[in-house]
Design a binder for this molecule. Structure first.
Ligand code: ADP
Ligand code: ADP
Length: 230
């Protein structure tokens, strides 16, 4: 079965904004889905419903057999399985890159410092930051900080990774290094849902492109079809 099954997801914010209108989407294990669409179309809201940063008004979301609307569902369990990377990196400024990546495994998963440290070093090496582990965020470029944020999300060993405009806050010369890390993850089989304006990434890495407009998911295509010139 699909690892993400979103069915008729509706979301109205308390101020009355109807941000999602019957959005349905299945994502298979290992699939990379890119969501595109104009600003305000509901992309970010939809992504945040997938790890319960937003509750939904109606519909259902099943994440690897866990029904999010089920009252018994443990929010922390869901957040362990679904890692998220935001536009702003939100690293802890008083912790080094290594400290940032070790924190959740120690606090949430109760890993020892030694265990968390070994895994964090592996992850920081994998995102190309072997030489920067002891740096504080203020001493890292935006691209480096975002790679730390990716490593920090991966440290929880998630089954799914969500990316909400991960390169939008970066200087252009740093976009590539972050997209390369994401492409590597995709090649390793990570299930990913990515909101981005980077059409090159969508074209080369996505298995499927979905288009949102005014709270609705209006089009689903393979990248070949989506970027076909006619
Ligand atoms: P996108 O990511 O496509 O830019 P969003 O999901 O951020 O779209 O926003 C969808 C709609 O929901 C917009 O009209 C936006 O103003 C509104 N919205 C987003 N967050 C909130 C919120 N916390 N409270 C009320 N309205 C919101
Ligand atoms: P994005 O499109 O990347 O989500 P926005 O500028 O739409 O960025 O939103 C930035 C923040 O403001 C988000 O946390 C969103 O939830 C919140 N927000 C957006 N629109 C509204 C709104 N109409 N009322 C309250 N909060 C909002």
């Amino acid at each position: 079965a699909a690892i993400i099954q979103a069915r008729h997801v509706d979301k109205t914010y308390p101020n009355g904004c109807h941000a999602l209108k019957k959005v349905s989407l299945d994502v298979n294990r290992g699939e990379v889905v890119v969501i595109i669409g104009p600003s305000g179309s509901g992309k970010s809201t939809f992504l945040r419903t997938l790890n319960q940063l937003e509750t939904i008004s109606s519909g259902s979301i099943d994440i690897d057999g866990i029904e999010l609307t089920d009252k018994a569902t443990n929010i922390n369990k869901v957040r362990e399985e679904v890692g998220m990377v935001f536009q702003s990196f939100n690293l802890f400024p008083h912790k080094t890159a290594l400290g940032n990546v070790m924190l959740s495994p120690m606090k949430v998963l109760k890993k020892t410092e030694a265990e968390a440290g070994i895994h964090a070093r592996e992850l920081l090496t994998r995102v190309g930051l072997a030489e920067r582990m002891q740096n504080y965020p203020s001493r890292l470029s935006g691209g480096q900080q975002q790679r730390v944020a990716i490593a920090r999300a991966l440290a929880m060993r998630p089954k799914i990774m969500l990316f909400d405009e991960p390169t939008s806050a970066l200087d252009p010369e740093m976009v590539g290094e972050v997209l390369d890390v994401m492409q590597g993850l995709a090649q390793e089989g990570m299930t990913m849902v990515v909101v981005t304006h980077e059409m090159g990434f969508a074209k080369e890495v996505a298995d499927r492109v979905v288009f949102m407009e005014d709270g609705e998911l209006i089009l689903e295509e393979t990248p070949e079809k989506f970027f076909e010139s006619d």
